[in-house]
Design a binder for this molecule. Sequence first.
Ligand code: ADP
Length: 228
Amino acid sequence: MKYIIIGLGSFGASLAEKLTAQGNEVIGIDINMQKVEAMKEKISHTICLDATDEHTVNGLPLKDTDIVIVAIGENQGTNVMVSALLKNLKVKKLISRAVNNLHENVLNAIGVDEIVHPEQESAERWAKKLCMHGVVDSFELNDYFSIVEVKLPRKYENKTVEDVQFRERYNLLVLTTLKNAQVDTNVGKTKTIVDVQSVATPHLLLEKDDILVLYGSNKDIKKFISAS
Ligand code: ADP
């Protein structure tokens, strides 16, 4: 997928880095040259420009981009201006960051496709990460069920999903695994990306450094982690 991320503050920069590591093509944009310089090795492409300048923004490859994310948080006025500008330019999918309810209402009125609340969401994820040692990332489906990424416990290395009996012993479903893979970049360097495997089968072999993507109740996930 092709992304443009506007605003390389903590949220935008880490999102851009993560999406690049997952093998997406990402253009990271910031008005501050230092921010752009700091991220240029970690994001597919970086550009220093003022995203409120219609003429410059119009020159971006918007038609070839699947998702544009306005990640500016500190300055709500700028965030709203940039979001409205991109809405007018009819990008395929526009996601904007809201920092409070009023801001969210304005973004909804502009007609952005989706709104993110990183402060709130990352607080939830952090709470989970701190409570569950070994959790790399998590997605809460409701108060009781989650999808979590967990480092493969040592004792399950070189065993299959069937051997571990996730379902029978822990009441958990293994959705897939993530593996670190080295890929060649077109500038003669290699970089590590996280490679998502296909849907897990009972015969899937679990290897050192794999990350398990598990689905289950928070109670069962906690039980699995503390037993590891
Ligand atoms: P976080 O809370 O994630 O750190 P911030 O809101 O502090 O996010 O960061 C916003 C980023 O957006 C900053 O790096 C800032 O330089 C950038 N930014 C602000 N205004 C513009 C603009 N007009 N065009 C492009 N980038 C901008």
